[in-house]
Design a protein around this ligand. Structure first.
Ligand code: AMP
Length: 440
């Protein structure tokens, strides 16, 4: 199947071929005709499936199609609004819009918080056909009356599950109230919780429904292992594991940008080539790190969750959670990056006493107890006291962290406690807000 056969214009097909795509991915093959038809869409797809082109290509086509009547009077208005949960994703999506639309006369803009609002206000004075935004900053502009959404024809909620997890539902509702009633709505989500279903029911009118398999739905293909270790010995253990097993192409996750930088520097000094990528790195530094990682010259890439999302590195042999994520679903996203076609991938987590509640949450979400091991020479101190994880989200939310699942361990094999009350659902979810700790 070709992109042209899906009904996309020659200009779009040209841009796509120059990008090097020869065939649509399954989500694109289904989403493109559905969006071109003008109807609403509910799509189950996560990063890595090609979902971005799945909605940007047909949006570009519709907005540039002269036979579809656009607004006739006054300054050209914003006609498509794409909402994303994070700055990084917004930037990537807008980059795609620009690239795929390079032969069209459409203008796009990206808008997110954490940066000076004035250049955005200035940019809004000129033409913006397609706006890619995070909800918080978008509402700031509405408050300042620098943005008018009354003529939006197409709305996309990208990674809607993530937006709800991040507590954006009220912002989304406020934004929906500013849009014209008659419009096309596209909702993309990797998971379908009850909350997402309610949102979809309220938002979508008789939507086409498509779903593509998760990249690695079968967590069974991924061998998962927990190494229990003291917080201070994590770095040495990681270096030991990499050297002992001669691992190449290891993607390591940390919780913070600072942690990513520090770890990459320390590994590198210790003779293991490593670089960090996160939101504070320039695009050229990120591109360089990724290129080296992909071509095998860089052994270790240290990333934060958000930096790794949407980046095209999948099917890795080794993923290491240097620190467990605050949100259990992030664990699933992280380990979904491993597993090469046919052969098993390996996901390792280094877990210290501070993280036992996070681990319980992950086991509850993944519905499996993860095997725990201790590496000789790196035995954790059974009397170690948990410390709060100092990261916006967690402060003041920590309950039940005092339990040490190592107590009662026999020999070297740690035995997780049984009969322990499961952690309450969604301990960290919804706790963050638009200026919260999610902007790592
Ligand atoms: P996404 O799921 O939209 O984040 O895309 C994941 C990756 O797949 C990105 O690096 C895209 O550049 C790439 N991609 C998207 N569509 C195609 C395609 N039809 N053929 C090959 N690669 C693609």
């Amino acid at each position: 199947m070709s992109f042209a056969s899906l009904g996309l214009s020659e200009e779009i097909v040209r841009a796509v071929s120059e990008r090097g795509y020869t065939e649509p991915t399954p989500i694109q093959a289904q989403a493109i005709p559905a969006v071109l038809s003008g109807g609403d869409l509910l799509a189950g797809a996560q990063t890595g499936t090609g979902k971005t082109a799945g909605f940007t290509l047909p949006i570009l086509h519709r907005l540039s199609d002269k036979s579809i009547k656009g607004p006739s009077e006054g300054r050209p208005p914003v006609r498509a609004l794409i909402l994303t949960p994070t700055r990084e994703l917004a930037a990537q999506v807008e980059e795609s819009v620009r690239e795929y639309g390079k032969y069209l006369k459409l203008n796009s803009m990206v808008m997110f918080g954490g940066v000076n609002i004035n250049p955005q206000i200035a940019r809004l004075r000129s033409r913006v056909d397609i706006l890619v935004a995070t909800p918080g900053r978008l509402l700031d502009h509405i408050g300042q009356r620098t943005l008018n959404l009354s003529q939006v024809e197409i709305l996309v909620l990208d990674e809607a599950d993530r937006m709800l997890d991040m507590g954006f539902i009220r912002d989304i509702k406020k934004i929906l109230a500013l849009l014209p009633k008659k419009r096309q709505n596209l909702l993309f989500s990797a998971t379908f919780s009850d909350e997402i279903k309610i949102l979809a029911d309220n938002l979508l009118d008789n939507p086409a429904m498509i779903e593509v398999a998760r990249r690695n739905a079968t967590a069974e293909l991924i061998s998962q292992k927990i190494y229990l270790v003291d917080r201070e010995k994590k770095r040495d253990l990681l270096a030991h594991l990499i050297k002992q097993h001669d691992w190449h192409q290891v993607l390591v996750f940390t919780r913070t940008k600072h942690g990513a930088n520090r770890l990459a520097e320390q590994l590198d000094k210790g003779g293991i080539p490593a670089l960090a990528i996160h939101g504070n790195k320039s695009q050229s530094a990120r591109t360089k790190a990724l290129k080296e990682f992909k071509d095998g010259s860089l052994q270790v890439l240290v990333a934060t969750d958000i930096a790794a999302r949407g980046i095209d590195i999948i099917e890795l042999p080794h993923v290491v959670n240097y620190e467990l994520p605050n949100v259990p679903e992030d664990y699933v996203h992280r380990i979904g990056r491993t597993g090469r076609a046919g052969s098993e991938g390996e996901a390792i987590s280094l877990v210290c006493v501070d993280e036992h509640k996070l681990l319980k949450d992950i086991e509850r979400v993944t519905k499996r107890e993860l095997p725990k091991e201790i590496v000789p020479g790196f035995e954790p101190d059974l009397n170690a006291k948990p410390e709060p994880i100092l990261n916006g989200q967690n402060r003041g939310q920590r309950q039940g962290h005092g339990r040490n699942p190592l107590r009662g361990a026999n020999g070297n094999q740690a035995q997780p406690r049984t009969g322990q009350k499961p952690a309450t659902a969604g301990g960290n979810r919804g706790a963050s807000h638009r200026s919260g700790g999610r902007h790592r």
